[in-house]
Design a binder for this molecule. Structure first.
Ligand SMILES: NC(=O)c1ccc[n+]([C@@H]2O[C@H](COP(=O)([O-])OP(=O)(O)OC[C@H]3O[C@@H](n4cnc5c(N)ncnc54)[C@H](O)[C@@H]3O)[C@@H](O)[C@H]2O)c1
Length: 230
């Protein structure tokens, strides 16, 4: 049975992707530092920035599921701090979870992904292209994901495809929103986890067979909107 590994699937966008793929009939393994509560998915506690933990996670999938068809690299977090206050340890932690983890996962899973003619989907951010102040480590990690993903597409093809989704504002925690939050988007609303889950499912599937090395911006049009004030 088709097996998909989703990192950071205990909450937010990753949990939405897991729910969607379970519904499609895939076997889903969620790797997160927190316990996952998605019905029908197997949860593993794993810090994806740690090479030994990633290797154990992937070895566990080889033993339990025996195959890996899809790898969704979604785990990530942001530190918002002026660079004068941002420590090297904090910078490294953001790069470790958001970017280095993808290298570790792809390295550990390459053999199974090639055997299954599988696919990788990475989750970057529109912050790979534009910034608010005090987000250097996050922006750098997300920009790195764009480059790492096209490099993987070229190195792992033709057996394995690799694509990156760059979400804009996704209401991943179910916050109460003001009308202005929705109205400022050309699409008329803030994003939902399902907006990312549906594209992830498509990119992992056979209809996306000619798509690799590509970036998909899913932001309701915000990065296409000029914001000069009148
Ligand atoms: N929500 C947004 O608006 C938005 C926009 C652009 C990009 N993103 C990206 O989407 C992804 C998911 O974000 P979200 O909004 O669902 O956030 P979230 O905090 O709900 O989910 C992130 C998950 O990653 C897990 N995680 C963090 N560090 C980890 C580690 N070292 N090992 C394993 N798991 C770890 C967390 O426990 C959490 O469950 C992130 O990569 C984020 O940068 C989110």
């Amino acid at each position: 049975m088709r097996t998909i590994l989703i990192t950071g699937g205990a909450s937010g966008i990753g949990a939405g992707i897991a729910r969607r793929l379970v519904r499609e009939g895939a076997r889903v393994v969620i790797a997160d530092t927190k316990p996952a509560g998605v019905a029908g998915a197997r949860g593993e506690i794993c810090d994806v920035s740690d090479e030994a933990q990633v290797n154990a996670l992937v070895a566990g999938i080889a033993a339990a599921e025996g195959r890996l068809d899809g790898l969704v690299c979604n785990a990530g977090f942001m530190i918002r701090k002026p660079i004068a206050e941002l420590t090297v340890a904090e910078w490294s932690a953001v790069l470790g979870t958001n970017l280095t983890s993808i290298f570790l996962l792809a390295k550990a899973a390459e053999t199974m992904l090639r055997a299954a003619r599988g696919a990788i989907v990475t989750i970057a951010s529109t912050r790979a292209h534009m910034s608010e102040p005090h987000t250097e480590s996050y922006a750098a990690s997300k920009g790195g994901i764009l480059a790492l993903t096209h490099a993987l597409a070229v190195s792992l093809g033709p057996e394995v495809r690799a694509n990156v989704i760059s979400p804009g504002w996704i209401n991943s925690q179910g916050e109460a929103l003001a009308a202005r939050d929705d109205e400022q988007h050309p699409a008329g609303r803030v994003g939902r986890v399902e907006d990312i889950a549906s594209l992830t499912a498509y990119l992992l599937g056979p209809d996306a067979g000619f798509i690799t090395g590509a970036e998909f911006i899913v932001d309701g049009g915000m990065t296409r909107k000029m914001i000069y004030e009148e």
